[in-house]
Structure formats: C-alpha cells, structure tokens
Design a protein around this ligand. Structure first.
Ligand SMILES: C[S@@+](CC[C@H](N)C(=O)[O-])C[C@H]1O[C@@H](n2cnc3c(N)ncnc32)[C@H](O)[C@@H]1O
Length: 220
C-alpha cells in the first residue's frame, strides 16, 4: 500500500491567496475598505482568468491547470478542509497558474473582483439547500448573478452545471432577466472532458446533468 505524502502549510502557501475573512470579529473595524485584486499581481503575469466557485476537493482545477497552462485559474471555496485538500493535490503538480481562496464567493466577488476582469466563471454542482428555511444560503441568487455579469469581460463565459433539475430551472429563471448576460447554445463552450468530483460520481451513477452557458453582452 502506498501512503500519500502530506505537504506542510509552508509548501501549500504559494497556492493560497491571502484573503481576509468576510466577517471580522464583532467590534473590529476594517482599517481600509477591501480593494479589487489585480490579476497580474496575483498570478505574476497577464493571462486569461477563470474562476471556479465552490471547487470542493479540486478535481476540476487539478485537471485544467495542466491541460490549459496558458490560462490562470482561481478557485474559491468556503470550507477550509477542502481548500487544504485541493492545495495538497495541486502543490504536488507544481503548476504556476492556480491560486485558491478560502472565503465566501459572494463576498469575494462583490469586494475583491474588478468589473470586466474575468474570462470565465464556473459554478459546478452548488449545494441545492433543499429545505425552505435554508433557501437564503443558495449560491445562485439575483445579486450573485449580477456580480457574475459585472466581473466578466465582454464576451466572457458563465458556465453552470447541476444534477438537480429544480435548481437548474430556478437558476435559469434568475439568469433570464440579468441584462448583462445572454444564453448561448451548449456547443458554445467545451472543456476537454475536465470534470469535478461530483460530476465524475454522478456520471458513473448515470444521473442526468444539466448545463447552461451564458456570455457577457457587449456594453454597446
Ligand atoms: C455540492 S459541493 C460541489 C463541489 C464541486 N463543485 C464538485 O462539483 O465536486 C458545493 C461546494 O460549494 C462550496 N460552497 C458553498 N457555498 C459557497 C460559497 N458561498 N463560497 C464558496 N464556496 C461555497 C461548498 O463548501 C462545497 O464544497
């Protein structure tokens, strides 16, 4: 049996984006308002930027950072244990084009992502939050969709997948009136078969997978 080697936090550090927590402890006031990040400073050079929201164990990022070395990938995940797990897998590949942020994507988008600065936003298999009392926790709210539209460059892509038909339909309803985005045919965007952990599992189980592609309209 082979044992996987655990890397130290120091070895993971190059892949972790240092983001202050979305909520400061009670009574603590931020010294200055958070500023949008400059991608060339985050990654060290200018290349197209793709963001994956809620990357879980990081299978998608692990694949695309190798298959598409000329793009820069930022993963955002709220659960620290997944961030560390994915960072461990990514660090062993030593790519130069991935960073991971442990934070709430909604807060991160509205506070740290500049308008018209991102080429692709991926949201794959977000938690469905079935119970009515948990509805507010759903990721795909009108505010978040508006922020996705704001941060994409003109012509940039929003890429959404879920196995939950209801969530897919609700998301289409939220996306429909968003003036910055336009629905595109499925053929408008492909990804060489890169899959998240959930997608791999669901495909093996034969579950249906619903996918939507939207593009950012030109400002004119
Ligand atoms: C159902 S899992 C899917 C994981 C992964 N996308 C996949 O397909 O394997 C949803 C993930 O989104 C993360 N998440 C939920 N809300 C989030 C938020 N507001 N910001 C960032 N990540 C979030 C969860 O911690 C979880 O890892």
């Amino acid at each position: 049996m082979t044992r996987s080697v655990r890397l130290s936090l120091e070895q993971l550090q190059p892949y972790l984006l240092d983001v202050p927590p979305p909520r400061l402890p009670p009574g603590q006031v931020p010294s200055e308002p958070p500023q949008p990040l400059r991608w060339s400073e985050v990654f060290g050079s200018d290349q197209p930027v793709e963001i994956e929201v809620g990357f879980g164990k990081g299978a998608f990022l692990t694949q695309v950072c190798q298959s598409r070395p000329t793009a820069h990938f930022l993963g955002i995940e709220i659960e620290r244990k997944y961030v560390l797990m994915a960072a461990g897998r990514i660090a062993k590949l030593a790519p130069k084009n991935v960073r991971l942020a442990c934070t709430d994507a909604k807060w991160f988008f509205s506070n740290r992502v500049a308008s018209s600065s991102v080429d692709v936003v991926h949201v794959f298999f977000p938690d469905p939050w079935w119970k009515n009392r948990h509805k507010k926790r759903k990721l795909m709210s009108p505010d978040f969709v508006a922020d996705i539209g704001r941060v994409l460059k003109p012509g940039g892509i929003f890429h959404f997948k879920t196995d939950v038909k209801d969530y897919f339909e609700q998301t289409q309803i939220v996306l429909g009136p968003e003036p910055t985005l336009r629905e595109e045919p499925d053929s408008a965007y492909g990804l060489d078969g890169a899959m998240t952990n959930f997608e791999r599992k669901y495909r093996i189980e034969g579950r249906p997978i619903y996918r939507a592609i939207y593009s950012k309209r030109d400002a004119s």
